[in-house]
Design a protein around this ligand. Structure first.
Ligand SMILES: CC(C)(COP(=O)(O)OP(=O)(O)OC[C@H]1O[C@@H](n2cnc3c(N)ncnc32)[C@H](O)[C@@H]1OP(=O)(O)O)[C@@H](O)C(=O)NCCC(=O)NCCS
Length: 162
């Protein structure tokens, strides 16, 4: 599998490509934020990110020798009517004890630099409108509402709408 080698090192934070062996630490950080352990969810997301993507773009941040943040991203080539190569951030999390120390910023900066190197011009993500951690973070990183809107349908009741 190809790997992006242009990893970032700042004074306190090192960012490197995510490995399968990072799973436990990623699950732990997510459980701090979500309040529940979701190993299967992350295992599947990691498997997809590590095995099926032509190019591995997911990253982890190391602070004081320990995994302190993760960013899981996918590449898209022409899917969903989007013609230019683009990327989506599927999940991002920073360990509670190092939040607001630019770890998330370092992850995003490294992602942007790696994606620019392979010609990806747009990064998309979805955030709950009332997520007051992620929204200001993405806003401060330069993200803005997209022209594309997200639609959803509750298919539980199998009700015809027309
Ligand atoms: C959101 C998150 C990824 C940000 O990572 P971080 O390393 O703490 O963020 P940074 O220090 O890089 O922040 C960069 C800028 O974003 C903004 N920002 C980040 N978190 C913020 C918050 N909670 N409130 C307001 N602004 C915030 C600030 O402008 C900040 O710059 P500043 O600290 O100089 O003011 C992290 O707080 C987190 O993991 N939160 C939980 C997320 C979650 O619930 N994930 C579920 C799985 S998807």
């Amino acid at each position: 599998m190809d790997q992006l080698v242009d990893d970032l090192q700042t004074e306190t934070t090192t960012v490197r490509t995510m490995l399968g062996s990072d799973l436990d630490a990623v699950v732990h950080i997510d459980s701090e934020a979500s309040g529940r352990r979701r190993p299967r969810y992350f295992e599947l997301m990691l498997q997809r990110a590590l095995q099926f993507a032509g190019l591995q773009v997911s990253l982890v941040a190391i602070v004081d020798g320990a995994l302190a943040g993760y960013l899981i991203a996918s590449l898209y080539y022409g899917e969903y009517g989007i013609t230019e190569p683009s990327a989506s951030i599927d999940a991002i999390g920073v360990a509670a004890h190092v939040r607001r120390q630019r770890v998330g910023h370092s992850l995003l900066q490294q992602l942007r630099s790696n994606l620019a190197a392979i010609g990806v011009t747009t990064i998309r993500t979805e955030v709950d409108w009332d997520d007051f951690d992620l929204l200001p973070f993405f806003s401060s990183e330069g993200f803005a509402p997209s022209k594309r809107i997200c639609l959803e349908l509750e298919c539980r009741d199998n009700v015809r709408t027309r």
